[in-house]
Design a protein around this ligand. Structure first.
Ligand code: B12
Length: 224
C-alpha cells in the first residue's frame, strides 16, 4: 500500500518532531508504525525520510538550524535505518547467494563521514544479489583499490556528499590509471553533489541517483 501525499506530509511532520527533540526512540516508533500498517520500507524512505533530511540540509545552509540539529537528524535517521528499514528490506529481499550478481566494494570517500545514503545503496545492492563489502566512511583511494583487489571486485562504488571530497574520487581513478588497473574494475559513484557531466569528465563508468538506480546501473554496466 503506497503512502498518499497527505499521509506522507503528516508522517514527515512526526519524523521532523522526533528529530527536533533528538528522540531516536520516537523516530523508530513512528517509522515502525508505518511498516506495520503495510507501507513498503523504500516508500517510507523516499517519501518521508528523504524529504525531511533534504529540508534539514536546506535549513542548515540557510543558517536556520545548526550542527546539533544536523547531528540529531543523522542520529534519528540512522536508528530508523538500522532498526526498522534494514531488517524489513532484508526480510523482503530476493538475495540468492547461489547466483551472485557481482562483487562490489563500497565506501564513502576520504574526508567524508556521511553514510546514510551509502548504507541504503549497499543494502539494496546486497538484497539484489550482489556480494557487497562495505568499507565504511572516510575511505582513501588506496583502501578502495586494496579492497577491490582483495575481494576480487567487479565494481568499486564510491559515495560522497561533500564537494570537498569529490577530488578524492578523481584521485582513486588516477591511482588506478597509474597502476595500470583502471580497466580491471568498473567504477560507480553517487551522492548529492555529483552530476552526470562530472562523471563523464572523469572516466567513471556509472552514476546512480538513488539506491534503486544504483542497482540498475550496476546491473547495466556488468552486462555491457
Ligand atoms: C545528515 C547530514 C549530516 C550528518 C550525517 C550523519 C550520517 N551518519 O550520515 C552529520 C551531522 C554527521 C553531518 C556532518 C556534516 N555535514 Co552534513 N548533511 C546531512 C544532510 C542533512 C543529509 C544527508 C543524508 O543523509 N541524506 C539522505 C540520503 C539518503 O541521501 P544521499 O546521501 O544523497 O544518498 C542517496 C543518493 O545520493 C544516492 N547515493 C549516495 N551515495 C551513493 C553511492 C553510489 C555508488 C550510488 C550509485 C548512489 C549513491 O543514493 C542514496 C539513497 O537514495 C545533508 C543535506 C543534503 N541535502 O544531503 C547535509 C550536508 C551533506 N552536510 C553538509 C556539511 C557542510 C556537513 C559538515 C561539514 C558540517 C560541519 N560544519 O561540520 C559535516 C561534515 C563532516 C564530514 N567530514 O563528513 C553539507 C555539504 C555541503 C557541500 N556541498 O559540500 C550539506 C549538503 C548540508 C548543507 N546544505 O550545507 N551531516
Amino acid at each position: 500500500m503506497p503512502l498518499t501525499e497527505k499521509q506522507a506530509k503528516s508522517e514527515q511532520e512526526k519524523l521532523h518532531n522526533a528529530i527536533l527533540k533528538g528522540d531516536r526512540d520516537e523516530g523508530v516508533k513512528v517509522a515502525a508504525k508505518n511498516l506495520d500498517a503495510g507501507i513498503a520500507p523504500l516508500d517510507y524512505f523516499e517519501k518521508v525520510i528523504n524529504p525531511v533530511v533534504q529540508e534539514m540540509g536546506e535549513k542548515f545552509s540557510r543558517l536556520e538550524i545548526f550542527l546539533p540539529e544536523l547531528m540529531r537528524t543523522g542520529m534519528v535517521v540512522k536508528a530508523i535505518q538500522e532498526e526498522v528499514l534494514e531488517p524489513a528490506i532484508v526480510a523482503d529481499g530476493t538475495s540468492d547467494n547461489q547466483s551472485e550478481a557481482g562483487r562490489i566494494v563500497i565506501g564513502t570517500c576520504q574526508g567524508d563521514i556521511h553514510d546514510i545514503g551509502k548504507n541504503m545503496v549497499a543494502l539494496m545492492l546486497q538484497v539484489n544479489g550482489f556480494k557487497v563489502t562495505d568499507l565504511g566512511t572516510n575511505v582513501t583511494a588506496k583502501d578502495f583499490i586494496d579492497a577491490a583487489k582483495r575481494e576480487k571486485a567487479d565494481i568499486i562504488a564510491m559515495s560522497t556528499l561533500l564537494t570537498t571530497s569529490m577530488p578524492f574520487i578523481r584521485d582513486t581513478i588516477e591511482m588506478m590509471e597509474g597502476l595500470g588497473i583502471r580497466d580491471d574494475y568498473k567504477v560507480v559513484v553517487g551522492g548529492a553533489p555529483i552530476t552526470q557531466q562530472w562523471v563523464d569528465k572523469n572516466n567513471i563508468d556509472g552514476f546512480g541517483e538513488d539506491a534503486v538506480d544504483a542497482v540498475k546501473v550496476c546491473r547495466r554496466i556488468l552486462s555491457e
